[in-house]
Design a protein around this ligand. Structure first.
Ligand code: SAH
Length: 241
């Protein structure tokens, strides 16, 4: 039977693609982190629900694969896109153990894109995406990637900029980037994009160093060309030249 791995976008169900909505409608069971299930609650009434907390990703994927193997079309939901720091990879790794299950990933709007739209147009040229979470990636590797993105003058989106245990990671990342970028470089923060408590802020790289990000924040670090235009963070596209 089918297992849909669905990115639901940043929050509100208006960001869900029609394809994702159709896959949810078709599913008899839905698995996910409780917060994401709450965001799409009206769409999953009456379905069998497998809610599991953070850090229980393997169990959640197996519950979804077992459900599909048992003959129920099942949806596993992630925020944003399921293939961007989401569970699509884990599902593909485990799926060979479940030959009866056909896995289909349904794309969603990832936080870099929903956040960029709120800030202005910060990503109109090359950009890099780095997660500051060292749960699955060693910190030394994260540092190497930040140094590379900094050296390449990429605009940088930082996912997972902080959590309760990692309060100083954003400051550490800023220190690495400040070796390559001016303190007045334009940066942005988007918190809870597409959700009730949505907040955006544009600031300098020096200010970002002391910004208190949380686990629902995505950070945008501008490059040497990023400008502040009428309050918006903009990467000029270069057509003028
Ligand atoms: N699969 C998700 C990313 C999961 S990693 C996606 O594609 O968007 C979790 C990180 O994503 C958070 O720490 C935050 O940096 C970012 N994020 C997810 N949802 C967000 C939202 N609504 N607003 C701002 N950032 C968000």
């Amino acid at each position: 039977m089918k297992l849909y791995v669905i990115g639901i976008g940043p929050g509100d169900e208006k960001y869900l693609t029609p394809e994702a909505k159709a896959a949810l409608d078709e599913s008899g069971a839905v698995a996910g982190y409780p917060l994401y299930l709450d965001l799409i609650r009206p769409l999953i009434e009456g379905k069998r629900i497998f809610a599991s907390p953070m850090r229980q990703e393997v169990e959640r994927c197996r519950a979804a694969l077992d459900s599909a193997a048992g003959g129920t079309v099942t949806a596993l939901v992630c925020s944003g896109d399921s293939g961007v720091y989401g569970m699509a990879g884990l599902v593909c790794e485990l799926a060979p153990e479940y030959p009866a299950v056909e896995v289909a990933a349904i794309p969603g709007i990832t936080a870099a894109l929903s956040g960029a739209a709120l800030l202005g147009a910060p990503l109109t040229n090359d950009f890099a995406v780095v997660s500051l979470s060292d749960l699955l990636t060693p910190w030394e590797t994260i540092v190497k990637r930040l140094e590379g993105a900094g050296a390449g003058d990429f605009v940088i989106c930082l996912y997972n900029p902080a959590s309760l245990k990692r309060r100083d990671y954003l400051a550490k990342a800023c220190d690495i980037l400040l070796r390559r970028r001016k303190p007045e470089t334009i940066c942005g923060a988007v918190r809870n994009a597409g959700r009730l408590a949505e907040q955006t802020r544009v600031m300098t790289l020096a200010e970002l160093r002391t910004y208190e990000a949380d686990m629902f924040t995505t950070i945008f670090v501008g490059n040497s060309a990023t400008e502040l235009i009428a309050g918006k963070m903009v990467q000029p596209r270069g057509y003028r030249h």
